[in-house]
Design a protein around this ligand. Structure first.
Ligand SMILES: Nc1ncnc2c1ncn2[C@@H]1O[C@H](COP(=O)(O)OP(=O)(O)OP(=O)(O)O)[C@@H](O)[C@H]1O
Ligand SMILES: [Mg+2]
Length: 359
């Protein structure tokens, strides 16, 4: 037994002139939850369809459980897919929807009953087995789609934006359900989303795709705090991108000049002296009403607008004589008031949390 579930090497896909996928090299580990994250049209569904076997890659090779499966028919792969638009059969009830695949495989009746019951228990819909699909909520229908895929006991479950049609609260609930089901089934999950929050909540690892290529692969925290490209910094979480100049003094030491100040910054990747983009996460900026002169590392600004969101307050603050807006985020505490627009404030940043990327 190999350790990896799926190995993709040099996978590309073209439709005539259009290159949907560039050249993808990716290893999916056994039993992990991996998400494919990226904007609309970046090739997420195409990659899933190639893994499932609904699409043949233009170039490249797929190993599933160590076996070359590049041209293997979908039904012969140990893979099941839950589609972007869940396709349940409206003329069948919940039980028969879930039993469908097993019936195709001519599974004995009592085994079908046992397996379907187990799958419905897993998604906590055992008492809904005789309902029609039209009598279910969106979240319940999605759970039926999940049960229908899980009943086949795939080694790999592919989920293509399965929660896109649901509202935020149900989506968060379903994400936790999916995590629980993953833990209970020891199956490899590949999950597609264009929503970075979903990716962060769910993933062991995230594959960030951009225009048919892999931009970065990593754990959610790694992706959040150490994006390697401007695209990754902007796509994964909210951030301020500030243009500046990096001055390298010696090996691994230097400073970055920003419109509102100069900060010592030790570049780990020896980027050399030159123009840079600096990613500054809003929650790493502190904001207080201005009193007296700015001390070291502080700079002045003026609140432009505020959004109180309950568990956080987001400020947009004009800095550097109004030439630049920075977004800051604070944890509100009871009894304190949100600063109103027009307030003069003092900001401070933590250069150790900067991500400095060559421009
Ligand atoms: N059968 C096809 N024929 C021609 N072009 C296609 C086909 N399928 C996908 N494409 C194109 O390939 C690119 C990638 O499509 P894909 O469906 O993989 O994107 P996606 O990342 O899943 O997007 P979304 O988030 O909108 O679902 C798009 O430009 C799309 O128009
Ligand atoms: Mg898609």
């Amino acid at each position: 037994m190999t350790h990896n579930s799926i190995e993709l090497t040099g996978i590309s896909k073209s439709y005539g002139e259009l290159t949907a996928l560039g050249k993808i090299d990716l290893t999916i580990k056994r039993n992990e939850i991996l998400t494919l994250l990226g904007p609309s049209g970046c090739g997420k569904t195409t990659l899933m369809r190639i893994i499932a076997g609904f699409e043949t890659p233009t170039t490249g090779k797929i190993l599933i459980d160590g076996k070359d499966s590049t041209t293997l028919a979908p039904e012969r792969r140990p893979v099941n897919m839950v589609f972007q638009k869940y396709a349940l059969f409206p003329h069948l009830d919940v039980f028969d929807n879930v039993a469908f695949g097993l019936r195709l495989k001519k599974t004995p009746k009592d085994e079908i009953k046992r397996e379907v019951t187990k799958a419905l228990e897993l998604v906590q819909l055992e008492s809904y087995k005789n309902r029609w699909i039209s009598e279910l909520s969106g979240g319940q229908a999605q759970r039926v789609a999940l049960a229908r895929a899980l009943v086949n006991r795939p080694a790999v479950l592919l989920l293509d934006e399965p929660l896109a049609a649901l509202d935020l609260k149900i989506r968060h609930h379903m994400l936790n359900e999916i995590k629980r089901i993953h833990e209970e089934t020891s199956t490899t999950f590949v999950y597609v989303t264009h929503d970075q929050d979903e990716a962060m909540i769910l993933s062991d690892r995230v594959v960030l795709l951009n225009k048919g290529g892999i931009e970065q692969v990593g754990g959610p925290e790694d992706m959040y705090w150490s994006p390697r490209t401007l695209f990754a910094a902007k796509f994964f979480g909210d951030t301020n991108i500030v243009n500046g100049v990096y001055h390298q003094n010696g090996k691994g030491s230097g400073h970055v000049q920003l419109p509102f100040g100069r900060y010592d910054y030790a570049s780990k990747s020896n980027i050399g002296t030159g123009p840079v983009h600096v990613s500054i996460r809003p929650e790493t900026l502190s904001i207080t009403p201005a009193q007296g002169q700015p001390s070291d590392g502080e700079f002045v600004g003026k609140v432009k607008d505020t959004s109180f969101i309950g568990n956080r307050v987001i400020y947009r603050v004009a800095v550097a004589d109004g030439t630049l807006d920075l977004k800051c985020q604070q944890l509100p505490t009871p009894g304190t008031h949100t600063l109103s627009p027009g307030t003069q404030v003092m900001l401070a940043c933590k250069p150790e949390s900067f991500v400095v990327l060559p421009a």
